[in-house]
Design a protein around this ligand. Structure first.
Ligand SMILES: [Zn+2]
Length: 279
């Protein structure tokens, strides 16, 4: 490892910078997808004065800091949201590359990075508009298909104790329905008040990516984080209408990296795993 250290530093620096650049594009998606605007045409412009932002002021993270968070032309404050999204995407890419053995499962690492970018868009867009873009869900679905065909899952789905579903493909198929069907029932019974159809589609795609164990862990985390956020929001504003998609995204993001560890922890904690280990 130590003799390769310079190479690792170069790779990780590149991953961070690449993540920040993709984060810049995610800002465009978060802002334009709800309005059904083109993602590629027309340059970014200041929200206050409408001045087109020059190329030198579009460097992710750096430009916002150099300009002190203000528009160069009219000095109106620019939301830190843009820089937060860029930094978050960069840090998550770095985290994925540090967590997975990239040399062994490079395709899986790249797919998880792309999944994280899609989840960032879901998080902020659903937070702002209570909408989950179908394009983003389809994108996650494509990632799930690539995961299905191109990664050798046996390395990381089944751990040393032999826990986990033996056949990862069947796990992915069941994962599509394990969470989405219960959410669909809640949506139908509550007539869309407790759950949106977007949440259902999101969990079809994410469940297919994660497999059944990961999908259930994701739901579990979403329920906990979502409940806490809901209580805080109700306490602060008395408003009980809120989006569940952001918390599903958080759950899926955590499950994508630590799903196996968390489900093993749960199985061991409850004693459900012991019988399996004996077989
Ligand atoms: Zn301006």
């Amino acid at each position: 490892m130590s003799e390769f250290l310079p190479y690792y530093i170069v790779i990780y620096t590149f991953v961070f910078l690449f993540g920040a650049s993709i984060g810049s594009f995610l800002n465009v998606c978060i802002y334009r997808l709800p309005k059904e605007e083109s993602l590629i045409k027309r340059n970014s412009h200041c929200m206050t004065c409408g001045t087109e932002i020059k190329r030198r002021d579009l460097i992710p993270i750096v430009s916002w800091c150099l300009l002190g968070g203000k528009c160069r032309a009219c000095k109106a404050p620019i939301s830190p949201r843009y820089t937060i999204v860029e930094s978050l995407n960069a840090v998550l890419y770095l985290l994925v590359f540090l967590w997975f053995d990239v040399m062994q499962t490079p395709i899986h690492a790249i797919l998880v990075c792309l999944l994280y970018s899609a989840l960032i868009v879901v998080f902020f867009m659903d937070w702002d508009t209570q909408l989950i873009s179908n394009y983003v869900v389809i994108f996650i679905g494509i990632l799930a298909v690539l995961e299905f065909f191109f990664t050798d899952k046996l390395d990381y789905i089944t751990d040393a104790n032999g826990y986990g579903v033996d056949n990862p493909w069947i796990s992915q198929l069941i994962g599509m329905f394990a969470v989405s069907v219960p959410l669909l029932l809640i949506e139908l019974l509550s007539k869309g008040k407790a759950m949106g159809r977007g949440d259902v589609y999101l969990m079809v795609a994410c469940g297919a990516f994660l497999g059944v164990g990961g999908a259930l862990i994701a739901l579990f985390i979403a329920l906990i984080t979502g409940s806490i956020a809901g209580i805080i929001q109700k306490h602060k504003s008395g408003d009980s209408v809120f989006a569940f998609g952001p918390w599903l995204s958080v759950g899926v993001a955590i499950a994508a990296i630590w799903g196996q560890e968390l489900s093993n922890l749960y199985l061991n904690f409850t004693g459900l795993g012991i019988e399996q280990a004996a077989v």
